[in-house]
Design a protein around this ligand. Structure first.
Ligand code: MN
Length: 195
């Protein structure tokens, strides 16, 4: 099975100035493409050659996992944005966030704190546990809830420097403040409701 770079549902400049067209050209067009190419090269001739991306992420390790994990994570990440994003959650997801974090602002504050505090490269996730509770997790490098089995992924931020360095240089915190305005909460609601 040949893995492909997923097409975006918005234009490369649609998220600017929060995420610039130049960042998209490098992050989606070059970094993400490289992970896809590496995955195709590494999976050839292994028992995962015909496996779904999800199964590779769950079961593989080493370089194969690193590249498959990055493909899955980036697919999830770039699918979370919209040029016409829903600015806040409603319904069951909103209730769950208020229950766990007191408010949407309280959630954003804790999520950003985890993202600022993640040393080096990795991803911060909002995860729905089996019992329905929400939790924020930090994953190094290519980690994800799908790989660690911590629950269902709802939202993620990429804190690898390639995600923000063109636009924000070393100011990860500034990127994280502006980042929320392009998150489409309609997408996060669908994930929460398993739709
Ligand atoms: Mn990235």
């Amino acid at each position: 099975m040949k893995h492909e770079l997923p097409q975006l549902k918005y234009a490369l400049d649609a998220l600017a100035p929060v995420i610039s067209k130049e960042t998209m050209e490098y992050h989606w067009g070059k970094h993400f493409q490289a992970y896809v190419n590496n995955l195709n090269n590494l999976v050839a001739g292994t028992k995962f050659e015909s496996a779904s991306l999800e199964r590779i992420v769950r079961e593989s390790s080493g370089a194969l996992f690193n590249n498959a994990g990055q493909v899955w994570n980036h697919t999830f990440y770039f699918d979370s944005f919209s040029s016409n994003s829903k600015k806040a959650p409603e319904g069951k997801l909103s209730e769950a966030i208020n229950k766990q974090f007191d408010s949407l602002d309280g959630f954003k504050e804790q999520f950003n704190k985890a993202a600022i505090g993640l040393f080096g490269s990795g991803w911060v996730w909002l995860v729905k546990k089996d019992d329905g509770a929400l939790v924020i997790t930090q994953e190094a490098n290519a980690g994800s809830p799908l790989h660690s089995g911590s629950g269902i992924a709802l939202l993620t931020v990429d804190v690898w420097e390639h995600a923000y360095y063109i636009d924000y240089r070393n100011r990860r915190a500034d990127h994280l403040i502006s980042w929320w305005s392009v998150i489409d909460w309609a997408v996060v609601e669908r994930r929460y409701n398993n739709m």
